[in-house]
Write a protein that binds this ligand. Structure first.
Ligand code: DAH
Length: 344
């Protein structure tokens, strides 16, 4: 009986599986130890005792060696094969919200040409939302902008507290902040109006441009609008101005951009048939309001209208996203449906 041979075998086991196999071979019911014990009947009587003791000692040392080896193997690093060429696990990845993404994109476009990004309070006084914009109290133009009032006592000079219905409230604040021209502001904020339909949500975002300096004219305005339209909506996008009325600009316009789906033609060629463009119907899409800043607005901001002039515009972020991607319901932006949001 070669005691050392069994102990060496145990010590050189490479894995728990190999060790278990050895344990069965040595200590199992039909194992070597039991086999040796069963041979005791063939041993002469006077040697039986010594033979039995030897086997028991062997059994104990095998048992102990196995226990020690088990612990040793369990401490070893798993020897499972690691294939580093296998593709990694695909964890679900979040993405920036469609509106936040547009806010960043628009900020960058204007910052590149020297505009300073600001953000003014979502809760303001009537003064900021109307009075400072050439809309005195009781002026009918205030009714054009549906406004939510906050139920707190009115300020003696600034009027009632409102949820800003547009980003134009930033104009007066920015003129006062900068002090004197030049002013190049891009104000991006949340706005509130009580509407809920495919093109309106009660909370939405606007971006307001304001440029005031000496000799600022409509040509500068058109150049800036063309620059924005080409970068944001794509090369070849054109702009056009249509006369309109706003209290805070004179003259005032609405800006349209040429539709990218039909390239401003209003019709598309589909399966050999000329059809009305589904995105715009007329070749143009309405972007928002603009104009030359009214002298009263400049005065209210502390700027001399005989020395400086300016232009301003206010466009909806949800709206420009809709126009850029050809979407038809902006309520989806806020529905929290990940399948919609993941696409952008
Ligand atoms: N405040 C206007 C609105 O919310 C948009 C607007 C029109 C802003 C003309 C302007 C502007 O700065 O010049 O409907």
């Amino acid at each position: 009986m070669d005691d050392n041979k069994y102990i060496e075998e145990i010590n050189s086991a490479k894995s728990q599986e190999q060790l278990s196999e050895l344990e069965i071979k040595l200590l199992g019911r039909n194992g070597i130890i039991n086999d040796l014990l069963s041979k005791i009947k063939d041993i002469p009587n006077d040697e039986k005792r010594e033979y039995g003791q030897k086997i028991n000692m062997l059994k104990t040392s095998i048992d102990q060696s196995i226990k020690v080896k088990k612990i040793e193997l369990s401490k070893q690093k798993s020897s499972v094969f690691f294939d580093k060429t296998l593709p990694g696990k695909a964890y679900p990845k979040g993405s920036i919200h469609i509106v936040s993404y547009a806010v960043e994109e628009i900020s960058k476009i204007f910052e590149k040409i020297g505009f300073i990004r600001v953000s003014y309070p979502e809760v303001d006084w009537e003064y900021g939302a109307f009075e400072s914009l050439n809309m005195p109290s009781n002026h009918p133009a205030r009714d054009d902008v549906e406004t939510s009032f906050i139920d707190v006592p009115a300020h003696l000079k600034l009027g009632k507290m409102v949820l800003t219905p547009h980003t134009s409230n930033g104009q007066n604040r920015e003129m006062k902040r900068v002090g004197k021209p030049p002013i190049r502001m891009i104000n991006i904020s949340k706005c509130y109006r009580p509407n809920w339909d495919p093109t309106h949500t009660p909370m939405f975002h606007q971006f307001e441009g304001l440029c005031v300096d000496s000799d600022i004219n409509i040509i500068n305005l058109r150049g800036t609008l063309d620059y924005f339209a080409e970068i944001y909506f794509g090369k070849g996008t054109k702009t056009r101005l249509r006369p309109h009325h706003f209290q805070f600009t004179e003259p005032s316009f609405e800006v349209d951009i040429s539709c990218n789906a039909c390239k401003g033609v209003g019709t598309i060629h589909e399966l050999s048939v000329q059809k009305k463009c589904r995105v715009c119907k007329s070749g143009w899409l309405e972007l928002g309001g603009t104009g030359m800043v009214h002298p009263n607005v400049l005065k209210e901001g502390g700027i001399d209208p005989s020395a400086s002039s300016g232009w301003a515009f206010g466009f909806g972020i949800e709206r420009v996203i809709m126009m850029k991607y050809g979407l038809d319901d902006i309520r989806n932006y806020y529905s929290g449906d990940i399948r919609f949001l993941e696409q952008f």
